[in-house]
Design a protein. Structure first.
Length: 424
C-alpha cells in the first residue's frame, strides 16, 4: 500500500511538471518495480517522444516490457510431449534470454500513437477537381487598342495572326501554329500589354507566368511548375503563353552556379521543343529587359527564334497613352499633341506617372483652396518637368553591349536604332 501511495504522489508531481524527464523516469521505475509494466511503458513512451536519447529510458522500457520471471515455487514446468501431426509450429520470436519481441511489438502497437498525422482539411476530398496552378484569362483588348508601334504589329501579324486567319494559305505553305517570339526592350514600354492584345486579337486564352510563379525552394518543384504551365497551356489551346522576365528563368547556364537553375532552363527548353507533347496552338511569347543574359539555346530555331524590339513609344503612341490615362479624369484644355511632343523618350509607364502627378497637383490645390478644379495643361507640363525618362539607363547598357559584346546579328535592329538616336 505504501508503494502505491508513493507512486500516486510521484504521479501528481509529474502532472504538475510534465517536462521533468528525471521525475517521469522515476515514476516509470516505481511502476516497473511494482509489476505495473503497462503503465510504466506509457510513461516511458511520453518521455522518449520528448527526449529520444534520454539516458536510461530505453533500458527501463525493455525491463517494463519483459514479463516477470516465474519462480520455482509457483510455476511447474509441464512434462515434454511429442508433437503431433497437427501441433502448431514452435514460436521463434523469443531470444535465448526469454524475451518475446513479438509480444512487445504488439503491446507497443496499442500504446504508441503515430508521430505525425494529416488533418482532414488537408486531405484531398473525393470528387473535387484540381485547381489550376496558373490563372487563365480571356483578354478583350485588341492590337487596335495599342497606340503606334506599327512595325511591331506587322511582325506579330506575320508570325501569328495571318497564319491563324488563313488556314488554306497556312496549309499551302506548310506553316504550323506553333512558334515562339521574344519581345525585348527597355522596361515600361508595353511588352505585357502587347501580349494580351495579341491574345485578344486571336480570341485565345492568355496565361502569364513569371519568376515568382515558377521558382520554388524545394528541389524539383520549379521544374514541375514549368511542366504544369505548359500542360495547362496545351489544354487551353489556342493559347498565348506569356513568359515574363525570361532572362531570369532562361539565363545563361554558363553563368549559373546554382544547379537547380540549370535544371529549370533545361526543363524550359524541353517544353519549348514539345518533347513528349504537341505544342500546336500554343503561342509562346517571352519578354525581357536583358536579352543579352538569355541562354543562346533559347533562341535556336523552333524555340524563341524570332525577336522583336519594343522601343519607347513614338509620338502617336505617346498621344494614345495620354488619351487613355486622362479619359476618366476631369480635364480641360488639354493639347495631346503638345504633350506627345514634349514627352519624347518617356516610356508608357513614365507617361502614366506624369498623369498621376498632374492629377495630384490639381487635387491638392483644390483641397487647399476649397474649390475643386479641372486638370489643365499647366498641371501636365509641370509634371513633365518632374519626370526623367526611365529608359536612359537601359539605353546606356544596350549601347555598351552592342558596341563591345559579341555581335552575332541578334541585336542588329537595336544597333540601328541606337545609331540613329542620341544614345550612340
Amino acid at each position: 500500500m505504501g508503494n502505491d501511495a508513493a507512486i500516486e504522489a510521484i504521479r501528481r508531481a509529474v502532472a504538475a511538471v510534465p517536462s521533468d524527464g528525471a521525475l517521469r523516469l522515476h515514476l516509470a521505475q516505481l511502476l516497473t518495480d511494482a509489476g505495473r509494466g503497462s503503465e510504466a511503458v506509457v510513461e516511458l513512451g511520453v518521455l522518449l517522444a520528448a527526449e529520444p536519447d534520454h539516458p536510461g529510458a530505453r533500458e527501463l522500457m525493455l525491463a517494463a516490457l519483459t514479463p516477470p520471471a516465474a519462480t520455482p515455487e509457483t510455476t511447474v514446468a509441464p512434462a515434454p510431449r511429442e508433437p503431433g501431426p497437427d501441433a502448431p509450429a514452435p514460436e521463434t520470436h523469443s531470444t535465448s534470454k526469454g524475451f518475446d519481441w513479438h509480444a512487445a511489438e504488439s503491446q507497443l502497437g496499442d500504446i504508441a500513437a503515430p508521430m505525425f498525422v494529416t488533418s482532414g482539411e488537408d486531405q484531398e476530398q473525393p470528387g473535387t477537381e484540381p485547381v489550376e496552378a496558373f490563372e487563365t484569362q480571356r483578354p478583350t483588348i485588341k492590337l487596335s487598342d495599342v497606340g503606334g508601334m506599327e512595325q511591331v504589329k506587322e511582325r506579330l501579324d506575320a508570325a501569328f495572326l495571318a497564319p491563324m486567319r488563313n488556314p488554306e494559305l497556312r496549309r499551302l505553305y506548310g506553316k504550323n501554329l506553333r512558334g515562339g517570339l521574344l519581345l525585348y526592350g527597355p522596361p515600361g514600354c508595353g511588352k505585357t500589354f502587347l501580349a494580351k492584345a495579341l491574345a485578344g486579337e486571336l480570341g485565345a486564352a492568355f496565361i502569364s507566368a513569371g519568376l515568382s510563379e515558377i521558382l520554388d525552394m524545394w528541389i524539383g518543384s520549379s521544374e514541375r511548375n514549368v511542366h504544369e504551365l505548359f500542360v495547362q497551356a496545351r489544354q487551353a489551346a489556342p493559347c498565348v503563353l506569356f513568359l515574363d522576365e525570361i532572362d531570369a528563368l532562361g539565363q545563361k547556364r554558363t553563368q549559373t552556379r546554382n544547379s537547380s537553375m540549370r535544371s529549370v532552363v533545361n526543363q524550359l527548353l524541353t517544353e519549348l521543343d514539345g518533347i513528349g507533347a504537341d505544342n500546336e496552338g500554343v503561342y509562346v511569347l517571352a519578354a525581357t529587359n536583358q536579352p543579352w543574359d538569355i541562354d543562346p539555346a533559347m533562341r535556336r530555331p523552333g524555340r524563341l527564334d524570332r525577336t522583336i524590339l519594343v522601343l519607347p513609344p513614338d509620338a502617336a503612341a505617346r498621344e494614345a497613352i495620354f488619351r487613355s490615362n486622362l479619359a476618366q479624369r476631369p480635364v480641360e484644355g488639354v493639347d495631346l499633341r503638345r504633350l506627345a511632343a514634349g514627352s519624347d523618350g518617356l516610356s508608357g509607364a513614365d507617361i502614366t506617372y506624369v498623369c498621376e502627378l498632374a492629377t495630384e497637383r490639381a487635387m491638392m490645390e483644390g483641397v487647399r483652396s476649397g474649390n475643386v478644379r479641372m486638370i489643365g495643361m499647366a498641371d501636365l507640363q509641370h509634371a513633365l518637368t518632374q519626370v526623367r525618362p526611365s529608359t536612359s539607363g537601359w539605353m546606356d547598357t544596350a549601347r555598351t553591349v552592342v558596341q563591345y559584346g559579341e555581335d552575332d546579328g541578334t541585336f542588329a535592329e537595336l544597333k540601328a536604332f541606337l545609331k540613329k538616336s542620341k544614345h550612340w
